[in-house]
Design a protein around this ligand. Structure first.
Ligand code: ZN
Ligand code: ZN
Ligand code: ZN
Length: 98
């Protein structure tokens, strides 16, 4: 892959300076009593939901119902985001080139 030809997802314009709603886990799973494997943070509003590797996929559900396409992995050391609108991973550099 060429460094000079990085596609910048236009949905990155939805990214805000967010604070996670909770540090307890997936909001949807905590309400339902279901399990999650991996947590994602919505970068538009701070919703914490489980990723597609979890049975309930609350992060995807949140993206589809709220229109917030970009979520970031909440695991320590992880540095990737997922766009649910394009169903594609987004890796650094995240920002638009100026
Ligand atoms: Zn969940
Ligand atoms: Zn959201
Ligand atoms: Zn996108």
């Amino acid at each position: 892959m060429s460094q000079s030809n990085i596609w910048q997802d236009p949905d990155l314009g939805m990214v805000r300076d967010v604070v996670a709603h909770t540090s307890d886990g997936c909001v949807g799973c905590l309400a339902l009593g279901t399990r999650w494997n991996h947590l994602m943070l919505c970068l538009s509003c701070g919703y914490v939901g489980c990723s597609d590797s979890s049975p309930m996929r609350h992060a995807r559900h949140h993206a589809e119902t709220s229109g917030h396409p970009i979520a970031q992995s909440l695991h320590a050391g992880d540095d990737w985001r997922w766009c649910y609108a394009h169903d594609a991973p987004i890796t650094a550099p995240y920002g638009y080139r100026t």
